[in-house]
Design a protein around this ligand. Structure first.
Ligand SMILES: Cc1cc2nc3c(=O)[nH]c(=O)nc-3n(C[C@H](O)[C@H](O)[C@H](O)COP(=O)(O)OP(=O)(O)OC[C@H]3O[C@@H](n4cnc5c(N)ncnc54)[C@H](O)[C@@H]3O)c2cc1C
Length: 397
């Protein structure tokens, strides 16, 4: 019998597959789509997750396509105030003192190529998980593909099938939280922002024209994510786009749109991340609005905690109660730290904190990030607090 079936070939699924295969666990990953999904999503990896990608042996390849980035600017649209800070304060104090920019499908693709070297790992596209049964010895997953429905059997299943997770639903777990009334529009465009003095990550603060603008590749492709009322018809997104660009691009006549994707946004978490022999990771376990880039960050920290814990259960007979601790620790990191911070980030960038005193206080913090190195360092350490220390003492450094 297989050790682990991983449902979902997004970044979380592939990272778990590679980590487990490297440990010697047999894994089979199924992905519903015919290939890795390319819709524009995570471009930013915080410095704190890079150590884990390095341990997996994929960071150099990621940096070979993506790039290191330290510069950030808050731009207050109404006043034109520009507040720049950078990550140089991390130098000499952490292993990777920069963030990385790389489309998440490219990252998943790199991990997939590393996975192909392992004879104990297999990947199938066009295979949709539709249900499961579990007993004391293992899990039977029901999978639909071109040839009809079939059953796959493994000792464990990891649900890494994104926010709409069929694995989570098959466990009957609530996805607790709420959905925002707005729609985010992630656009990829060619436009020379640097010519107009933009940092490679610019956080434009405005209650109407808030936007996150970030360079996402070395050939001049940028991401601009903005927000609109979700009650507007989704099919009108492309018609409304030029009007939005005209408000936020310095010269809105010289851009080329490469991709556009509308998204509903949530702050939600599964009530628990483990039921019997099934474990959830990434967006299948939790979903956040993307402001501040804490979604995949959380999924990667899930994976770094889950891989050694599950490998120990399978290969060394460790007590599977460690998976309950995985569930508790990862839910705590998301619900009590990542999700509230992401909501605060959205409130500042896209709602300007409602203006007045709340905005004035937030901008004072931004200026302090720029002027006070120690304060900046403390703030940059936030994403490190989303990491779960080793769950088994034998894995502690
Ligand atoms: C606009 C935007 C920008 C973002 N920017 C950032 C950022 O900069 N930094 C960051 O950390 N996060 C960011 N995020 C969040 C990030 O995109 C998600 O956290 C990330 O996609 C989660 O990865 P995942 O592998 O868990 O899930 P997904 O990427 O959703 O992958 C799930 C996979 O499972 C497959 N699947 C679904 N159902 C089934 C099924 N029944 N059977 C088999 N396969 C199935 C899907 O096809 C998909 O390939 C952003 C999100 C958005 C929308």
């Amino acid at each position: 019998m297989l050790d682990v079936i991983i449902v979902g070939g997004g970044p979380t699924g592939f990272v778990n597959a590679l980590g487990l295969a490297q440990a010697g666990v047999s894994v089979h990953l199924i992905e519903a789509e015919p290939d890795i999904v390319k819709s524009p999503r995570a471009p930013v990896y915080h410095w704190s997750v890079l150590e884990g990608l390095d341990r997996l042996g994929v960071l150099d390849d990621c940096l070979g396509i993506g790039f290191k980035k330290q510069d950030y600017t808050y731009l207050v649209k109404k006043t034109g105030e520009s507040i720049a800070y950078d990550l140089t304060v991390l130098e000499g104090r952490v292993q990777h003192p920069y963030n990385m920019h790389l489309g998440q499908h490219l990252m998943a693709g790199i991990v997939r190529r590393h996975l192909e070297r392992f004879s104990n790992a297999t990947v199938e596209f066009g295979q949709r998980f539709v249900g499961l049964d579990q007993d004391a010895d293992g899990v039977t997953a029901h999978v639909e593909g071109e040839g009809g429905t079939r059953q796959l059997r493994a000792k464990w299943v990891i649900g890494a099938d994104g926010a709409g997770s069929a694995v989570r639903k098959s466990l009957g777990l609530d996805f607790e939280g709420f959905t925002w009334p707005e729609r985010f529009i992630a656009t990829n465009l060619y436009y020379d922002f640097t010519q107009y003095g933009y940092a490679r990550s610019t956080l434009m603060i405005d209650e109407e024209y808030g936007a996150i603008i970030a360079q996402i590749d070395r050939d001049g492709l940028w991401r601009c994510t903005y927000m609109e009322d979700a009650s507007l018809p989704e099919e009108g997104v492309m018609e409304r786009l030029p009007s939005f660009y005209s408000k936020i691009l310095p010269h809105a006549d010289d851009y080329k749109v490469d991709a556009v994707s509308p998204y509903r946004m949530h702050q939600r978490s599964a009530e628990k991340y483990r039921v019997g022999r099934v474990v959830l990771a990434g967006d299948a376990a939790h979903s956040t609005n993307p402001t501040g880039g804490l979604g995949l960050t959380s999924g990667l920290f899930d994976s770094y905690a889950l891989i050694p814990a599950l490998a120990s259960v399978i290969l060394e007979g460790a007590d599977d109660e460690v998976l309950d601790r995985y569930s508790d620790a990862r839910k705590d990191a998301f619900v009590n730290r990542a999700s509230p911070q992401a909501a605060r980030n959205k409130q500042l960038i896209y709602h300007a904190n409602g203006g007045g005193q709340a905005l004035a206080e937030a901008l004072e913090m931004c200026r302090r990030m720029r002027d006070d190195k120690e304060f900046c360092f403390e703030r940059l350490m936030f994403t490190k607090t989303l990491e779960t220390p080793p769950l088994l003492s034998s894995h502690a450094a």
